[in-house]
Design a protein around this ligand. Structure first.
Ligand code: OSB
Ligand code: MG
Length: 373
């Protein structure tokens, strides 16, 4: 398979509600969509980088630059036998996993569509519905948080993730626990704490949480070992895990017992699957994280989460939880059993809507082969 051209497109979308984490409040999100063309078919991917380097060092601008200057030219020269080849094609470029993942995942969709199979089946998925939960941002008061959580529980979400930060933690989680004693609750600190906050996590340890996500530094593997030793609740790493080696190191060191796999953060589906396989072989649970994607990125996450090792509910909510108007469809809905149905059609199972007003676009074409006579 030769990739003949690659399109990059950017659009800004309005969230249905502001989303606050320990690194800030998001009202609108700039989204970058990738289309790869080959064999008369189009594969779609999404870059999960944000406008600013808050979650990771990558931004939309760095990803666009790295894709257009370094990754796309390599991909356009490659002859791909299978989608796993894309990661190898990018081997000379260090880091920039979000930029790599956007292209790599678009190629997986392309291969699935060319074969007339769903992305989930091409990846080796074994479920037709994936268990999901909802990630709830930081609120101004425990009462306001309890009300929002109540609405999500009424919508049918059985697993709730609460974002926490110093000053918006114990009281908030205690209030949710008291209001909904049966709910499956976990927390995500997005690296807002240090070991000096160990007493806060000891208090959390008594609140019957499923897991505590990324309490300490974004690349830390060592302090997390010490914190995990103090706690019964499993630590789950998100930001610290960039590769299968990171996952192996974290499990061997005891930095965490659970891993959040975001394909954008680890460089795409091949790398995600390698982390999944490693964790499955070591009986470490994994789940699929989210990055406030459009339905394109969400469809990729759902296909990935259909693999057998994704035993915990993902941060993959119904489309209605995210954007006023998505750029792709059909949208995803929540089933009564707190699952989302895995698309069974060809590829990712969603298409771009017509007449999107893109704010920026670029098309990169392969150089024409010069015939040697
Ligand atoms: O840390 O998991 C995170 C959103 C943006 C950046 C980081 C995170 C999140 C979420 C939202 O928790 C998950 C979703 O897309 O529903
Ligand atoms: Mg997280």
């Amino acid at each position: 398979m030769r990739i003949e051209s690659i399109e990059l497109r950017q659009v800004q979308l309005e969230l249905t509600a502001p989303f606050t984490t320990s690194f800030g409040t998001t009202l609108e999100r700039s989204c970058v969509i990738i289309a790869v063309h080959g064999a008369g078919v189009t594969g779609l991917g999404e870059c999960v980088a944000f406008d600013g380097p808050w979650y990771s060092y990558e931004t939309i601008a760095t990803a666009w630059h790295v894709i257009s200057e370094f990754l796309a030219p390599r991909l356009l020269q490659a002859d791909l036998t299978e989608p796993e080849d894309v990661w190898t094609v990018f081997a000379a470029v260090r880091g920039h996993n979000m930029a790599k993942a956007a292209l790599e995942m678009a190629c997986w969709d392309l291969f699935a569509r060319c074969g007339g199979v769903s992305l989930a089946s091409l990846l080796g998925g074994s479920r037709d519905r994936v268990p999901v939960g909802v990630s709830v941002g930081i609120h101004s008061s425990p009462e306001a948080l309890v009300e929002t959580v109540g609405r999500f529980l009424a919508d049918g979400y059985r697993r709730i993730k609460l974002k926490i930060a110093p000053g918006s933690d114990i009281q908030f989680v205690v209030a949710v626990r008291a209001a909904y004693p049966e709910a499956l609750v976990q927390v995500d600190a997005n690296s807002a704490y240090t070991l000096a906050d160990t007493s806060t996590f000891r208090q959390m340890d008594g609140l019957n949480l499923l897991l505590i996500e990324q309490p300490l530094g974004p690349d830390d593997m060592v302090d997390h070992v010490q914190l995990q030793r103090e706690l019964t609740t499993p630590i789950c790493l998100d930001e610290s895990i960039h590769s299968p080696d990171d996952a192996r190191h974290a499990l061997e060191l005891g930095s965490c017992r659970i891993i959040n796999i975001k394909p954008g953060r680890v460089g795409g589906h091949s790398q995600s699957r390698a982390i999944h396989d490693l964790c499955l072989s070591r009986a470490a649970p994994v789940w699929c994280g989210g990055m406030l994607e459009t339905n394109i990125g969400r469809a990729h996450n759902i296909a990935l989460a259909s693999l057998p090792g994704f035993s915990l509910p993902g941060d993959i909510s119904a489309s209605a939880r995210y954007y006023e108007r998505d750029i792709a469809g059909p949208g995803f809905v929540l089933n009564e059993d707190s699952t989302i149905t895995v698309p069974a059609g060809s590829g990712i199972g969603v298409e771009l809507e017509p007449n999107i007003r893109w704010q920026r676009s670029e098309t990169i074409r392969g150089q024409h082969q010069v015939a040697v006579t």
